[in-house]
Design a protein around this ligand. Structure first.
Ligand code: SAM
Length: 438
């Protein structure tokens, strides 16, 4: 594919993203399915450029507005080529030729924009901080409040492309053997020492080169997500619920903790995600997991199983603010459509309902991939106030090795401090029943 055709493909995809309600991941997966003959380097180059455009969304828009041009996928790409890739006018003109498969020639306005941007840097001192840090207006106040002096550093870390983290499925493989296999293939990987089964690839690789993904010996899972699953500490033979199992990222890790012994119920309201969870469970060799589609958080199944599980994980739907580095388009979608308030109210209802499943003496883990206090500490505080049978198991007790002096009670992971996606988790326990006659 010529450089101009590559640019046109990026432009087509970018325009599709701008039109679509779907996530960038969904649009990209659909596009890649139809382009199986595209070689890896070309795919990589197109996706890298597209992700760069998404990571510079607010800044590119600011520059286009500053020069009074119309904000279109083409003007954004032109601004990116100048400010992000440092291309000179003649290099850009050579791409916009109008030849078959190449972008149409630059209009007069586009040409003018390209010239005006020459010599400028992407970040400008004249930009408002939220533009420079790519922070959507709705999240500015809560994130500033959450991070204080660390706000800029955390926002910068949320803009960096994430590493590829993997979890070795202990039901099928061992980490040491997997590392040896990686070494043999010349793939640079190292163990994630805070986890029992995690690996991190030192450089971004095409997934096709990673062994073990097709057989279920390896799963893609951010280190933070692995640590949340670890807090469930499910034991072989126990009865466990993953209440918001989604496509099963944490379900699979919990099942491996249980050594396939006991009973693990993966619940969700999304049939599609549970189906995907079931497929992944099969591939991973799970024999103790079953999927349960719920009509809502108060589904009758919950009532019928009150107090009958040793451990319940609530990995609640959330603003996803902790995963912005992985989903660079997400910050410009969620949660405005839904509204943070209604999201927080939904989390509270889910947590209260799922808590009914925990038996006396059992463990309840509430987790989000959000960075906002409203969805995390404040949510847990409100739950505890309304449910006196539950209390916090401080992280210093639940997982001393993960304790952070700044946040001794809960797991609070951030990209800048921990190199993971942003995650929050609270470990709670339900008071044991008083002994008979006591
Ligand atoms: C953060 S995602 C779960 C991610 C998953 N645990 C993982 O590790 O891959 C939250 C999930 O909550 C589900 N959900 C939304 N509303 C729900 C409800 N009322 N009851 C149960 N699950 C719900 C969503 O469908 C979504 O799959």
């Amino acid at each position: 594919m010529t450089p101009a055709a590559r640019l046109q493909a990026t432009l087509d995809l970018y325009a599709e993203l701008a039109r679509s309600e779907r996530t960038a991941d969904a649009v990209l997966s659909a596009w890649l399915r139809g382009k199986r003959r595209l070689d890896e380097p070309t795919r990589g180059a197109i996706l890298d450029r597209l992700h760069a455009l998404l990571r510079h969304h607010a800044r590119l828009g600011w520059w286009i507005d500053r020069h009074g041009r119309r904000d279109t996928p083409r003007t954004r790409i032109i601004a990116w080529l100048v400010l992000g890739e440092g291309l000179k006018p003649e290099q850009i003109r050579r791409l916009f030729t109008g030849a078959p498969l190449a972008p149409a020639p630059l209009s007069e306005a586009e040409h003018g924009l390209m010239l005006k941007l020459q010599g400028a840097a992407m970040d400008s001192a004249a930009m408002p901080e939220e533009v420079r840090l790519e922070c959507p207006p709705w999240a500015l106040a809560p994130l500033r409040a959450r991070f204080g002096a660390e706000f800029a550093a955390e926002m910068a870390a949320l803009l960096a492309p994430p590493p590829l983290d993997l979890r070795v499925n202990a039901l099928k493989a061992e980490r040491a053997a997997m590392l040896t296999e990686f070494q043999g293939l010349g793939l640079p990987a190292h163990p994630l020492t805070r986890t029992a089964h995690g690996l991190r690839l030192a450089e971004r690789l095409s997934l096709a080169r990673v062994p073990g993904l097709k057989t279920g010996a390896l799963e893609i899972q951010d280190e933070g997500s692995q640590l949340v699953a670890r807090l469930v500490e499910a034991q072989p033979g126990e009865r466990v619920v993953d209440f918001c199992a989604g496509a099963g990222g944490k379900t699979l890790a919990i099942a491996a903790q249980m050594g396939n012994k006991g009973r693990l119920i993966a619940c969700d309201v999304s049939e599609g995600r549970l189906k995907r969870c079931a497929e992944r469970a099969r591939r991973a060799g799970l024999q103790n997991a079953e999927m349960r589609l719920l009509s809502g958080e108060t589904d009758r199944w919950v009532k019928r199983h009150k107090g009958s599980f040793d451990r319940v994980l609530v990995d609640a739907p959330c603003s996803g603010t902790g995963t912005w580095r992985r989903n660079p388009d997400a910050r410009w979608r969620a949660p405005e459509e839904q509204g943070l308030e209604s999201l927080v109210a939904l989390q509270a209802r889910i947590l209260a309902s799922a808590a009914r499943l925990v038996k006396p003496g059992g463990r309840l883990v509430y987790a989000t991939c959000a960075l906002l206090g409203e969805e995390n500490e404040a949510q847990v505080a409100a739950f505890l106030a309304a449910h006196p049978a539950f209390s916090v198991v401080p992280l210093s007790v639940a997982a001393p090795e993960l304790t952070d002096s700044a946040h001794p009670e809960y797991l609070m992971l951030t990209p800048a401090r921990h190199g993971t996606d942003g995650f929050f988790a609270a470990v709670l326990t339900r008071a044991d029943l008083p002994a008979a006659g006591a």
